[in-house]
Structure formats: structure tokens, C-alpha cells
Design a binder for this molecule. Structure first.
Ligand SMILES: *Cc1c(COP(=O)(O)O)cnc(C)c1O
Length: 381
């Protein structure tokens, strides 16, 4: 099955008791048993729920994996991955991570004696010098936020294989429609389903996907043992959102391409960061491992101050000033004061995250309206 068919049909069967074409919301905490131990595969809803099962099977199919395990948020999914490690074990992570991931790895798992090395993986060979006998996972996120750098997933997986390490990929920004890291050698994929998978800014959820039965059993065990499970209504909304992932993504990517064209021609704009641009330093890798370049764009201004950026952030009408991304509606954000406010300024500037850097999550509105909105707002500076 091709992607668009899988998005709609994989894991989803008409309800056998009624014929309902949509997966019912099994809003129940427990299941009646005929006799002790005699049940229909469901005993208690933290452990298993049919709405959640359908979603998990759907997600596994989308990532070309075998097993999907859902959690109550993206960070709860990463939390489950970290819980498969023991004190004294180490991970090597790319240094340009979602802030919440960095916080969980360092401040929660650091105190349990799990060590993380955050390094520049733009040259995958940099990884080798940090590998030791305690290393378990190589963790990456690509494309990154907000600079939209792209890491070479296959090259990183090749190095990991040579050292018998597993590769963990946060695939939130690309979504499985644009990039399937399991096909490139990765072992564990995780998502903030809150973003493109859900796609309508109405659910917080996470998922882990793998081909390995051994790993899947661990993740299912943690799902039940720690209990960070999504509710059935949220699973239903996620299934519903996923049905249009490919259509939404096609439109959002097409809109993003046109907006980069507009930004490049605007004389107030200094730099435009988008992996689809031939001038982007990682364009070739992006082209190799992604089927399109996504719908996240960052740019900064010639008049490079927070106050010029602020003027734009306050002036857009369609682009809403908000954190998060991946919904049908376009969002605008200011990483230096919002998502990346806790990073020291000199570290920010080193990677190009200037005071005027603005991040856009491009939605699926009419492109002319989006460009008119941005054009008017940028015209104010
Ligand atoms: C939002 C996000 C997360 C965290 O997911 P939540 O669902 O908010 O817990 C992790 N990684 C990336 C890239 C994100 O954008």
C-alpha cells in the first residue's frame, strides 16, 4: 500500500459489532470478563484499548515499522525511550534538540546517572570519539528547530551499526510522509503527534515506533507500568487527523516553497533557512532522505534586532503568534524569546539564531492571503 492509502486504511477495520466505518471511541476503563482470565483480549484500559490499538497499528504502518506504542505526549514517548536505559549507560545526542527533550535528558535522567553527550553531528564522524563501552543510543532530530539543519540519517546509522549502537530519531518535523528513518537504518522513531500527525492543534500525544519485538515489548511494558497513556477520545482525533496527513503536507510544503520565494525577494530580509533551497548547506542530504522539504521556515532581518522582529510578530493577522507547529493554521514565533529563551545569547548566535530570527509554521490556507499578510507585516519595519 502507498502512503495515502495507508494513512486512511492501515490498522483501521470497520467495527465488527456494528459495521461503523470509523473506529469507535472505546470510552471505558475496564472490560467485563466471562470468568477469571476469560476475556476478549482486553482487561483494563491503561494496558490496552481498542481505539488506541487501531492508532498504534496505523502509526507503525506509516513509519514502515512493525510496532507502534502511544503515550500521552511527545515527551512521554521520549521518557519511555530513556527508561529503557540503566544507570551508568550513555547516549550521544545531536546538539540541536527540542528544548524539552534536552531538559528531560539532562535534568531528569541526568540525576539517575544516565550520561548524555551533546555534539555536532553535521559531520557524522564526530560521533566516533564519544563512543565508549557504556554507549547505548545515538539520538538525533532532523530537520532541527529553528535553524532547519538536516543530519544525514543513513551515514549516522552506518556508524552506529559498526559499533552495535541503536539510533533513535525524533521524526516530528518531517512526519512519516516526508521521511521514514527506519528505512535508512534507524531502530527507534518517536513523534510529538501533537504536531503534523494530529495536524489540527487539538491533541497532545506522542508515539514510539520500531521494527524490533524486543524493543516493542519494553515500550509496551513501560506504557503500562508508568501509565502515560493517551485517552481514547484523543486516539480517535489522532486517527482522524492522520487520514489527511499526506494532503495537508503536500499543500503546506507547496505553500512553504512559495513563501521562501517571497522572502528571498524581500529587501528587509537577510537570511532564509529552508532545506528546500539550493543554497541551504544540507540541501543535498535533505533531497536524498526526504520526499519534500517540510513546511517550517526561519528567516532573519537586515535590521537585526528583537524590536524589528517584534513589530512583525505583532502585525501579522493570519499568522498567529504561538508556540507549537504542524497545524492547518499558520503560526509565527520568535525563538530567541520563546522556545530558545533559556539558551545563552552567545551560544544562540553561534548557530545563527539571531535576535531577529522569526520561525514560521506554514499551514494550508490560501497562499496569496498568507503572502499578503507577511508582506504587510514585514513592510512595517
Ligand atoms: C513539540 C515537540 C516535542 C515535544 O512533544 P510534546 O507533544 O509537546 O510533548 C518533541 N520534539 C519536537 C521536535 C517537537 O516539536
Amino acid at each position: 500500500m502507498k502512503f495515502g492509502t495507508k494513512a486512511i486504511h492501515a490498522g483501521v477495520e470497520p467495527d465488527p459489532s456494528t459495521g461503523a466505518i470509523m473506529t469507535p471511541i472505546f470510552q471505558t476503563s475496564t472490560y467485563v470478563q466471562a470468568a477469571p482470565g476469560d476475556n476478549q483480549g482486553y482487561e483494563y484500559a491503561r494496558t490496552k484499548n481498542p481505539t488506541r490499538d487501531a492508532l498504534q497499528n496505523n502509526l507503525a504502518a506509516l513509519e514502515n515499522g512493525k510496532y507502534g506504542i502511544c503515550y500521552s505526549s511527545g515527551l512521554a514517548a521520549l521518557d519511555a525511550i530513556m527508561k529503557t536505559l540503566s544507570t551508568g549507560e550513555e547516549i550521544i545526542s545531536s546538539n540541536d534538540l527540542y528544548g524539552g527533550s534536552y531538559r528531560l535528558i539532562t535534568r531528569v535522567y541526568g540525576q539517575f546517572g544516565i550520561k548524555a553527550h551533546f555534539i555536532d553531528m553535521s559531520d557524522p564522524k564526530n560521533i566516533v570519539q564519544h563512543i565508549n563501552k557504556n554507549t547505548k543510543y545515538i539520538c538525533i532530530e532532523t530537520p532541527t528547530n529553528p535553524m532547519l539543519s538536516v543530519l544525514d540519517i543513513k551515514a549516522i546509522c552506518d556508524i552506529a551499526k559498526m559499533h552495535k549502537l541503536k539510533v533513535v530519531v525524533d521524526n516530528t518535523f518531517a512526519s512519516p510522509y516526508l521521511q521514514t528513518p527506519l528505512d535508512l537504518g534507524a531502530d527507534i522513531i518517536w513523534h510529538s503527534c501533537t504536531k503534523y500527525l494530529g495536524g489540527h492543534s487539538d491533541v497532545v500525544m506522542g508515539a514510539v515506533i520500531t521494527k524490533s519485538k524486543v524493543l516493542a515489548d519494553k515500550f509496551a511494558f513501560i506504557q503500562n507500568a508508568s501509565g502515560a497513556v493517551p485517552g481514547p477520545q484523543d486516539c480517535f482525533l489522532m486517527l482522524r487527523g492522520i487520514k489527511t496527513l499526506h494532503v495537508r503536507m503536500d499543500r503546506a510544503c507547496a505553500n512553504a516553497k512559495k513563501i521562501t520565494d517571497f522572502l528571498l525577494k524581500n529587501d528587509k530580509v537577510a537570511n532564509v533557512y529552508y532545506p528546500g533551497l539550493k543554497t541551504h548547506p544540507n540541501h543535498k542530504i535533505a533531497k536524498k532522505q526526504m520526499s519534500n522539504f517540510g513546511a517550517m521556515i526561519s528567516f532573519d532581518l537586515k535590521k537585526n534586532t528583537f524590536s524589528t522582529a517584534k513589530k512583525i510578530l505583532k502585525s501579522t493577522k493570519l499568522f498567529a503568534l504561538a508556540e507549537s507547529l504542524g497545524g492547518v493554521e499558520s503560526l509565527i514565533g520568535h525563538p530567541a524569546s520563546m522556545t530558545h529563551g533559556s539558551i545563552p545569547k552567545e551560544d544562540r548566535l553561534k548557530v545563527g539564531l539571531t535576535d531577529s530570527l522569526i520561525r514560521l509554521s506554514i499551514g494550508i490556507e490560501n497562499i496569496d492571503d498568507l503572502i499578503a499578510d507577511l508582506s504587510k507585516a514585514i513592510g512595517k519595519v
